[in-house]
Design a protein around this ligand. Sequence first.
Ligand SMILES: N[C@@H](CCC(=O)N[C@@H](CS)C(=O)NCC(=O)O)C(=O)O
Length: 216
Amino acid sequence: MSESEYQLYCFAQSGNAYRAALMLNLIGAKWQPIFVDYFKAGETRTPAYRAEVNEMGEVPVLVHGNKKLSQSGVILTYLAERSGKFLPAGDDERLEALRWIIFDNQKLNGYLGPYRFLRNFAKPKPDPAIAEFFKGRIMSSLGILDKRLGSRAFVLGERPTIADVSLVAYLYYPPEEFGFDIAADHKNIGAWLGRVKALPGWVHPYELMPGYPLAA
Ligand SMILES: N[C@@H](CCC(=O)N[C@@H](CS)C(=O)NCC(=O)O)C(=O)O
């Protein structure tokens, strides 16, 4: 029996998993990672993973006792409700957090993650027109987030919530992996990333989750 209260299926290159790993750290939970060999073994695509871990074939998956939760937005909600930390206050904030988490999953990190994958890991390299289309969507969404953060310290207001933990997903990975510098090009996002980074328990994704650097 593990001494950790939580286990998290994850790997270092996954910004989707980083949301859950970061949240566990920020709330001071006792947790341990379970490494998923996504790149070499294609573990998320195996019948065993889909039967025993997640029928959706994705990380992150949070294990808590008999519970197995997937979808980072669900995991963030679960951990916020259990810990009382980063929890939106009241019905209006709860819906507002959900609105930003869905926007993030679909439009911001939902494109940024696959864009980074295509640029750094995909074989064969993608058609440049596809990468350009993704980049256009990403820049539009970054602009929306940057404008939002122009008038508040965190996504919902003056206090960090799960909306922030979701939205930082891929944003701390090195600029070379994207071919553009998100923090430098979007000043409000840059300042907000600094504020999230200053929260007790913050750790970079490559240090927080196993599997970096990639084995040759
Ligand atoms: N919306 C999901 C996205 C999860 C996701 O796409 N995870 C990727 C890794 S970064 C994955 O496991 N992909 C598996 C596959 O495509 O085979 C979440 O936020 O949890």
